[in-house]
Design a binder for this molecule. Structure first.
Ligand code: ACM
Length: 531
């Protein structure tokens, strides 16, 4: 009795917070608990004050219909009871307010994006079955509260490498669905690699006939140098790509495609050797992981090819950002080539790094002329950054700092914090991974507000991203194990105000989310529970 005593005199909203009934991830800007709860009855009506809520209200209605077994109608107009969506103009696009009382649930936002995030928050306050889209006998009640929320960063990304291992369309959709629930909004689709080209390009059919299939794959760790002897490959048709883009858009996720150049392009050269060192040098689609010396050459015909490819890519992806890779391009072949050396001289360039910058600048000019923005890994800084480039900083934050100081936008994706192919626990007790040491706490500890940047420079940091490289990840189940719960840390770094970050509380909230992850059959890692 003594222990409970203080609770008896605390206002009920404090008690609710102490009891942890608002274990929302990412943590909202402000949650104030109130008295009582709203009971969602079977057939509960959803009212939409404006037409713009049709999609998001429909999504919530579908979940409630499945959960309760009774049709949840959506009707136009205002109401003082039930569930209501209503315009609050002037709020930032992704912001929302939610007010839950025993009489009604009112969602306010200025756009469907904000309302979508409000619904994700509400789904975390209802029983797990609702989120998972399963029927339930459980009472669906939402604790009374007032939530005001908006994201810290506009770019909240996850990258999936489908070059090393192909992830089928249905699984890509599931990956997107899950990330959107945790309010991540940029799906970076790494579509081309030395080991496989994964996107249909109508003008270059050999990319799918030849470049999408490798003779065999590595088994075990790279250093063991063992192969399975089995051909491996697949690709997405343009129809499938469109489906994924539309599916993501419904969840307010922008799909950012990546077409690698000039490195990580051995698969292209397997089909079109004329874009490399010379047309007589025949290379297969790469079977080993690691970095290939066979890279694209800055020839006119290569640029024609890349512009053709990017034209089809831009037709498929409405994203303002087009990622062109730019990482890990060995320069040995360019050093050796008379063509490259003459080009360096002719263009007045200092070396091969400046030649790569010249290469990227041409692509930047092309994308800019089409109204798009070039996004590239931080190697694009070497030899000079092209004028309209946005930099994705992966080799730590150094490249990001440099780019921000030069007035370029930056996405922070430092490998030591956000490479989800790294081990999350002791390697002996984890499935095979590339290496590294990235427990959940480390991932959570990343702070994008870097002391090296002035306030004006820091504004160029538009967000953060975690990357799922798949050399050692053969399918979605494995990918989920590596992604969750670490992507929840990324989500919170990206969304929650700096002052509200607290690892121990976050960890407690991750634990509270476990029944939900279980209901959705997410193959998350439990490693963090022992850390
Ligand atoms: C990278 O990890 N090569 C971007």
């Amino acid at each position: 009795m003594k222990k409970l005593f203080p609770f008896l005199f605390l206002p009920s909203w404090v008690v609710a917070q102490v009891q942890g009934s608002f274990d929302i991830i990412p943590a909202p800007v402000q949650v104030v608990a109130a008295q009582g709860s709203f009971l969602v009855r079977p057939g509960e009506r959803i009212h939409i004050a404006e037409d713009i809520w049709k999609g998001v209200a429909g999504m919530l209605a579908e979940k409630l219909t499945v959960a309760t077994g009774a049709t949840t109608p959506v009707s136009p107009g205002m109401s003082s009871t039930g569930i209501l969506f209503r315009l609050h103009s002037g709020m930032p696009e992704e912001a929302y307010h939610v007010e839950v009382s025993p009489r009604k649930v009112e969602i306010q936002a200025s756009s469907a994006k904000g309302a979508f995030y409000a619904v994700q928050t509400l789904l975390q306050l209802m029983p797990p079955a609702v989120l998972a889209g399963k029927p339930t006998q459980e009472k669906i009640s939402i604790p009374a509260c007032r939530i005001e929320d908006e994201p810290r960063f506009g770019y909240r990304g996850l990258m999936l490498d489908v070059g090393r291992h192909f992830i089928p369309v249905a699984d890509v959709k599931r990956f997107i669905d899950l990330m959107a629930h945790y309010k991540m909004n940029r799906f970076h689709w790494h579509l081309t690699e030395d080991q496989g080209w994964r996107i249909e390009i109508k003008k270059y059919p050999l990319l799918t006939q030849v470049s999408s299939v490798r003779k065999e794959s590595m088994v075990g760790h790279y250093r063991e140098n063992k192969f399975d002897g089995k051909p491996y490959g697949s690709f997405y048709t343009q129809d499938e790509i469109r489906q994924v883009v539309a599916y993501a858009a419904e969840r307010h996720v922008m799909v950012v495609p990546e077409i690698e150049m000039p490195g990580h392009s051995q698969a292209v050269l397997a089909a079109y050797p004329q874009f490399g060192f010379n047309a007589d040098r025949i290379v297969p689609v790469r079977t080993k992981w690691g970095i290939s010396e066979d890279v694209l050459f800055p020839r006119e015909e290569t640029f024609r090819f890349l512009e053709d490819v990017l034209t089809e890519v831009m037709d498929l992806f409405p994203s303002p950002y087009i990622h062109i890779g730019g990482d890990e391009c060995p320069k040995a072949q360019w050093k050796e080539s008379r063509f490259c050396q003459e080009l360096i001289k002719k263009e007045g360039l200092r070396d091969e790094h400046e030649l790569q910058s010249w290469f990227i600048r041409r692509i930047d000019k092309f994308l800019t002329s089409k109204g798009r923005r070039l996004l590239g890994w931080d190697e694009i800084l070497e030899g000079g950054l092209s004028p309209n480039a946005t930099v994705m900083s992966w080799r730590g934050v150094k490249g990001g700092i440099e780019a921000a100081k030069q007035g370029h936008d930056v996405v922070m994706s430092p490998n030591s914090f956000f490479y989800l192919d790294y081990y999350q626990g002791p390697p002996a007790s984890e499935p095979l991974a590339i290496g590294g040491n990235l427990p959940l706490a480390k991932c959570y500890s990343f702070e994008p507000d870097l002391p090296e940047l002035t306030a004006a420079e820091a504004k160029h940091v538009i967000g953060v991203q975690a990357n799922v490289w798949t050399e050692y990840i053969g399918d979605l189940k494995y990918a989920e194990y590596m992604t969750y719960p670490r992507a929840l840390a990324l989500a919170e770094v990206a969304w929650t105000p700096k002052g509200k970050k607290d690892y121990e509380r976050f960890k407690a909230r991750v634990k509270a989310r476990i029944p939900y992850l279980d209901a959705m059959q997410v193959n998350y890692a439990k490693t963090f529970l022992h850390q």
